[in-house]
Design a protein around this ligand. Structure first.
Ligand SMILES: O=P(O)(O)OC[C@H]1O[C@](O)(CO)[C@@H](O)[C@@H]1O
Length: 454
């Protein structure tokens, strides 16, 4: 394939039976909607207690809207305009209109439209079914229960992870480079494999037991990392640390993915980078509303902190104190939960056109953007059926605001930078033959880095 040419590979769609996109739209997404309906019906009394009787009508309407959504999906109807007055309704309707112009109205259906668009759209429509409420139920996240359950079941795992990776004697990292480098590697691997804990892949069912003891799992998953740029990233971080001057702030952005154990491991990474002065500031970008069930929202940050405060471990308490310090005293950790681009259907090559301010913000002030998880990876690659050995920097096309890193467990059938002659990949071929089933399990992972202007 000539990667320099203008002709791009096809976008993944659910049109072809046997693909993961098809299974997702046919089987997984209807279950996701059913789960939302189920939560609203099952916890009706609890919700009435929280919000008062006035929500009765709203509950009924939301459930009806969700049932209608499930009907449209399972009967492959056309994708409809968003009808609520949410801040991003205009953006979404513009995106839908552009899509209709591009692929024709008759192809704008659940199975024929690009998978990336359809899968993002379903979470916007779930949001619509709540936003059309007349009471404060409009801000309710129908997957809140799933998330809380995942937090509760993972609490010991959180504490164990913090205890192992932010020990009381962490100061030794400053004088012992080998220790520091090894800890960085372990933390990166923990943030990678924690991405297995994704509620959207399981349509809302708890999967925390898959990574019950994350630290112990790391060794056994080592050979499942198909592309590992940890060393390049480490060198880059050391280079930028050395180049620091008082007028040149080193800022890293992390585009977050899942809550619970993945978010804890991301915060552990932030702590490592800040306590060792690799960077001056880290900006965390979460979602403005419930997205792919388990993505980090403001609720998750507050809920996690509250939960960790109940721990009586000195290490966890110290970790919390440092976080508090970064957030409130030093302002070296910033939280962003209102960016609309992250809950849009656009891939990242569209950012400059759709949200030029965000693109400029990164270009002017960010040294590195770290993208977590599978959906961000799909958006980096445009969800196109690339030849898997294409270099990542080619697959991301014009999205080059700064240096980029992507950490993702493989949960969809697309990839870049795959070395098809590597021992690990040959083993996959021996085990799975032509089948792409290994690409949707979350059992394989990537840590990829693209240095700007290289
Ligand atoms: O939370 P992540 O890692 O972005 O994954 C999102 C999930 O949605 C999908 O993109 C499709 O369902 C999967 O590939 C993936 O499991």
């Amino acid at each position: 394939m000539d990667y320099g040419s203008k002709a791009l590979p096809q976008a993944l769609t659910a049109a072809k039976k046997g693909t993961f996109a098809y299974t997702t739209v046919k089987d997984r997404l209807p279950v996701t909607i059913t789960k939302a309906i189920d939560y609203l019906s099952r916890f009706r009394n609890e919700l009435i207690q929280r919000y008062t009787d006035a929500i009765n009508d709203d509950l009924k309407n939301s459930i009806e809207l969700l049932s209608q959504l499930r009907y449209e999906l399972t009967t492959d109807k056309n994708l409809k305009k968003i009808t609520d007055s949410g801040d991003d309704a205009i953006l979404w309707n513009k995106a839908l209109e552009e899509l209709e112009n591009m692929i024709g109205e008759k192809n704008c259906t659940w199975f024929k439209a690009p998978w990336l668009f359809v899968e993002c759209y379903i979470y916007r429509r779930i949001r619509e079914s709540m936003l059309l409420c007349e009471t404060s139920l409009r801000d309710y996240d129908p997957f809140e229960k799933s998330k809380k359950e995942s937090y509760e079941l993972s609490f010991n795992n959180f504490c164990q992870l913090i205890t192992s990776l932010c020990p009381l004697n962490y100061h030794e990292e400053k004088t012992n480079e080998n220790l520091s480098k090894e800890r960085f590697r372990i933390i990166l691997e923990a943030t990678l494999w924690a991405n297995k804990n994704d509620l959207s892949l399981s349509s809302g069912n708890d999967v925390s037991s898959k990574i019950h003891n994350l630290i112990d799992l790391l060794e056994s998953f080592k050979t499942n990392i198909l592309c590992d740029h940890t060393e390049n990233l480490w060198n880059f971080l050391n280079e930028i640390k050395l180049s620091k001057t008082s007028s040149n702030l080193i800022v890293i952005d992390i585009v977050l993915d899942n809550c619970s154990i993945e978010f804890v491991s991301d915060l552990i990474l932030c702590d490592f980078l800040l306590r060792n002065n690799f960077v001056d500031k880290i900006r965390l970008h979460g979602k403005a509303y419930s997205w792919f069930i388990s993505d980090v929202t403001r609720f998750d940050f507050d809920y996690l902190i509250l939960q960790l405060q109940s721990s009586n471990s000195l290490v966890v308490n110290n970790f919390l104190k440092r976080l508090n310090n970064y957030l409130n005293e030093e302002s070296s950790l910033e939280l962003y939960f209102d960016g609309m681009f992250w809950t849009s259907p656009y891939s990242f090559d569209q950012m400059l056109k759709i949200d030029p301010d965000l693109y400029q913000f990164f270009k002017e002030s960010s040294t590195l953007i770290l993208f977590k998880g599978d959906l961000n990876y799909r958006k980096l690659l445009g969800d196109l059926e690339w030849d898997m050995s294409i270099p990542l920097k080619k697959a991301i096309r014009e999205f080059r605001p700064t240096s980029l890193c992507a950490i993702r467990t493989v949960k969809s059938d697309l990839m870049a930078n795959l070395n098809i002659n590597s021992h690990n990949y040959i083993q996959i071929i021996e085990k799975f033959g032509d089948s792409k089933d290994w690409m949707v399990t979350g059992d394989y992972g990537l840590i990829q880095f693209v240095k700007n202007y290289e």
